[in-house]
Design a binder for this molecule. Structure first.
Ligand SMILES: [Cu+2]
Length: 282
């Protein structure tokens, strides 16, 4: 019976390791980008994945190591009964208070590993989240404002000047602004920035293929930047359970070459500023 429990407890960690090993082949892993190579669709996303894999390696080694140690203790314990191997029949069980040296070691080593991870990820974190560390190309300002509300994404673009070029996006809505719902269009091939807001509760702006996730917090305007190498459609989801219609907040991000994007904005402008009166022939 003791052997049964030993095998039972070892079955689960072994299953967990095998499932993790097979998971990418079953597509139970990171969302695939349009390139189909299984990698993140943005350069920063790849660096985030690298951090993930580094932590996965550290935790896997720790997990396998502790499970092997556990298995060893269970197995030898099952063999011995309640007594050490050299115990006489009827001898009392022995107790141990543990090892002071071992405890010092398994406190210092994880602390060192955590400190290493904390320092090692700082560059990626700063580039991802700290406004001053954003790439130069996005320092000029956001191309669109995304407002999450129950249960949709409202997107505000700047209007166009007389030559048909986008005006700068103002903090407050302007009469010239253009709007879409659940359809975010941005240029590809360069870093772009949006401003994120929430009109009601907390939502989360999630681009799984780009590894971008940022909470939308009522009362805050949060800049978010990302870059797509490939012009494609990407999923835009809400990753914060925000109410009964949370599942409906599925939108898309369409990235296209800059000129095409400007053309799309001009079409949107023509559509949204049309007064319905046919042009009069002179
Ligand atoms: Cu939401």
């Amino acid at each position: 019976m003791k052997r049964f429990w030993c095998l039972f407890f070892m079955f689960w960690p072994i299953t967990a390791v095998i499932v993790c090993w097979l998971a990418p082949g079953w597509n139970w892993w990171f969302p695939q980008g349009p390139a189909g190579d299984g990698l993140a669709s943005s350069p920063l996303g790849r660096r985030i994945d690298d951090l993930f894999y580094m932590i996965l390696v550290i935790t896997s080694i720790t997990f396998v190591g502790t499970q092997v140690a556990l298995g060893y203790v269970l197995f030898t314990g099952a063999r011995r009964g309640d007594q050490p191997a050299d115990a006489e029949e009827g001898e009392k069980a022995w107790y141990t208070h543990g090892s002071h040296n071992l405890e010092v070691m398994w406190s210092i080593v994880p602390a060192g590993i955590l400190l290493f991870i904390a320092l090692y990820q700082m560059d990626v974190w700063a580039e991802y989240r700290v406004r001053n560390e954003f790439p130069k190309q996005v320092q000029s300002g956001p191309l669109a404002e995304v407002t999450a509300r129950q249960f949709e994404w409202r997107i505000r673009y700047p209007g166009l000047d007389e030559e048909g070029n986008p005006l700068p996006l103002m903090a407050e809505p302007q009469p010239t602004d253009l709007y879409t719902v659940n359809d975010l269009h941005l240029p590809s091939g360069k870093p772009v920035m949006i401003n994120l807001r929430s009109a009601d509760v907390q939502h989360s702006f999630f681009l799984p293929e780009l590894r971008v996730k940022q909470d939308a917090v009522p009362g805050l305007v949060i800049p978010v930047w990302f870059e797509t190498k490939k012009s494609a459609n990407y999923a835009l989801l809400c990753a914060e359970l925000c109410g009964w219609g949370h599942y409906k907040m599925k939108a898309r991000l369409v990235t296209q070459p800059e000129e095409e994007w400007r053309g799309w904005l001009r079409d949107l402008h023509a559509e949204q500023t049309d007064d319905g009166v046919p042009e009069q022939a002179e």
